[in-house]
Design a protein around this ligand. Structure first.
Ligand SMILES: C[S@@+](CC[C@H](N)C(=O)[O-])C[C@H]1O[C@@H](n2cnc3c(N)ncnc32)[C@H](O)[C@@H]1O
Length: 223
């Protein structure tokens, strides 16, 4: 039986139509934001994907590296995992794990972490603890491919705020999404010594894709 952590932010009920829904509202911008980052993935690397949804990203990764990647794919939604398992991952090795990242107790360290439209689901406390967990799992010098919405209430166009409110209301009903506002994640990265090595904007800057590099502790500036 699902416990509380497994039912909050769980996209099970919308798994079958999630990609269609995303394309209807954002066309292919959510896809493009993520695929534009994939050339940063080094060959033979060990990758952690969290909240990857239906798994289309696995096929896109396989177009860049068709073999020798070790991928751990963590999804809280059992239906999303079922869809992801059907993907053609070519000769890469993918380990599918159906659990919340909060409950994941792997001890491996990764060269690359991929999170897309994951952190926008979280309220502050969960966001902090998931960030901390992923930060620990990423090797020094590793890359974090991060994509999410971006919204500055004071300066951004009103339509973005309205669309966010509508999405939060919808996903609260359908997926028990707990967040009610978008939290700015950039300070978490800067406070933890990440370098922003490539930043791209999509959908009139409503979507931001950032490639972060975790600085090696030996090379960090004194703080
Ligand atoms: C908005 S969807 C994005 C899916 C995919 N990244 C994409 O861009 O198409 C967020 C996904 O994260 C999953 N998710 C939410 N909270 C999670 C958690 N704590 N641990 C693992 N997966 C989670 C949801 O089930 C959902 O599939």
């Amino acid at each position: 039986m699902a416990n509380k952590v497994d039912s909050v932010n769980n996209y099970d009920k919308i798994a079958g139509v999630y990609d269609l829904f995303s394309r209807l509202i954002f066309f292919k911008t959510q896809v493009k934001a993520q695929t534009d980052q994939l050339t940063f993935i080094p060959a033979n690397s060990n990758i952690l994907i969290v909240g990857g949804g239906t798994g289309w990203i696995l096929e896109e990764i396989a177009k860049i590296h068709s073999k020798s990647l070790s991928i751990t794919y963590i999804e809280i939604s059992a239906k999303m995992i079922r869809l992801a398992r059907k993907r053609n991952v070519k000769h890469n090795n993918v380990k599918f794990i159906n659990c919340a990242i909060e409950a994941f107790n792997g001890i491996e360290h990764y060269d690359v972490i991929h999170t897309a439209f994951l952190f926008d689901n979280f309220e502050e406390k969960r966001l902090e603890s998931v960030f901390e967990k992923l930060n620990t799992l990423l090797k020094p010098g590793g890359l974090w491919l991060f994509t999410d919405f971006s919204y500055q209430p004071k300066t951004d166009q009103k339509w973005k705020g309205i669309l966010l409110k509508l999405m939060y209301a919808f996903f609260k009903r359908i997926a028990k999404v707990e967040a009610t506002r978008l939290i700015d994640t950039s300070t978490y990265f800067t406070n933890n010594f990440y370098e922003n090595i490539k930043e791209s904007d999509y959908y009139q800057n409503f979507i931001k894709a950032i490639v972060y590099r975790k600085m090696d502790p030996k090379k960090r500036p004194f703080k």
